[in-house]
Design a protein around this ligand. Sequence first.
Ligand code: NZQ
Ligand code: ZN
Length: 392
Amino acid sequence: MDNFSFYAPTYFQFGKDSEYMAGPLVKRFGGTKVLIHYGGGSVVRSGLLDRVKESLTKEGIAYVELGGVKPNPRSGLVYEGIDLCRKENVDFILAVGGGSTIDSSKAIAAGTVCDGDFWDFYEGKPVTKALPVGTVLTIAAAGSEGSPDSVITKEEGMLKRGASGEAYRPKFSILNPALTMTLPPYQTACGITDIMAHLYERYLTNSKDVEVTDRLIEALLLTMRNEGPKVIANPEDYEARANIMWAGMVAHNNICGVGRSQDWLSHGIEHELSAKYDCAHGAGLAVTMPAVFTYNLKHDIMRFAKAAVRVWGCEMDFDNPERTAKAGIEALKTYLHSIGMPLNFKELGAKEEDIEQMAYTACYGDGSGSGKMYGFTVLEQSDVEAIYRLML
Ligand code: NZQ
Ligand code: ZN
């Protein structure tokens, strides 16, 4: 196991009606003037926004609002949010929504208190300072409710990039599984896929003797395998929603990723797809993961075989472990298909003629990248192109 430090001080309020704790929690973490940030309207339609406002008002906390966050959140609204926070002397940001809203909130939080352009953080400048952020989560997926990360798309050139820093970890996150019952099945499935990707990206490691995190990841993948189909069949299954929601947090606050190298090639390669086609991140991952895993299979056949046996219940073929490893990837594909995810470029709406350009951007960014992608293996542009071709 590699050396590590781990500090994840988000306060979690979990369960039915927990959104009514928004006011008391903002107060507890020092907020006096709040920006309520939200997406395209699901929280308005469900009545959640009103309940959150009621909770703030009850605590005597003033607020301003900014809605309109799009999936794959854009830089334009972040600039708008920064201006609003400065003008209104906002000292706390409350994200009410999914990963996109939370990520946009984090970007506004850092941008409001920095001198330069917030986008610098998405080009590698460390995030050291930000306004405090709290979240009321409405979809189990990105894990941003417990992570120090934020992913934003710069409209100019549609560049999708991530930033990270402890200042981005939410002060609190409110997780009420019942809020996820209004999700369309497709979005639920995208969330399930993203959670599983966050687990696989950590499972695929070059570190040795990481039994505790291996076992944690396997347990979470098994949970997703079992609970996922339940919520697709019955969106109002509270207990299954609850298990998935907590799994989504645990999958990505890095408790499963400490002491080991991690992969993140699937995410890097997927981000080009959601930047280019504005598809849901989870749907892009459903197409990307099997291709990346197949391409990298020979790098460590036994690791893929272990996942196949322990997560997917495949039989271990000791004479031919590659057969077992491949069966595990097939089982993942079958599962993703069964919950309604796309499995190839056509189903996703991606185009073969864009492959070269996407592989270039994945490796070089806007020209500033190193030309390589580093993860479970090291990939060059030609490798990334070959991986995209496996998705055709
Ligand atoms: O905008 P509204 O109207 O709220 O609708 C959203 C949106 O259309 C809808 N939705 C959310 N909760 C709902 C609901 N509809 C009905 N009922 C509800 N309860 O779902 C759609 C997707 O929402 P979004 O916030 O985009 O989903 P998600 O949580 O999957 O976030 C995706 C973004 O997170 C990034 C992704 O790249 C993508 O940009 N990621 C962020 C990470 C992080 N910060 O740690 C890590 C991830 O790997 C990921 O990259
Ligand atoms: Zn993800």
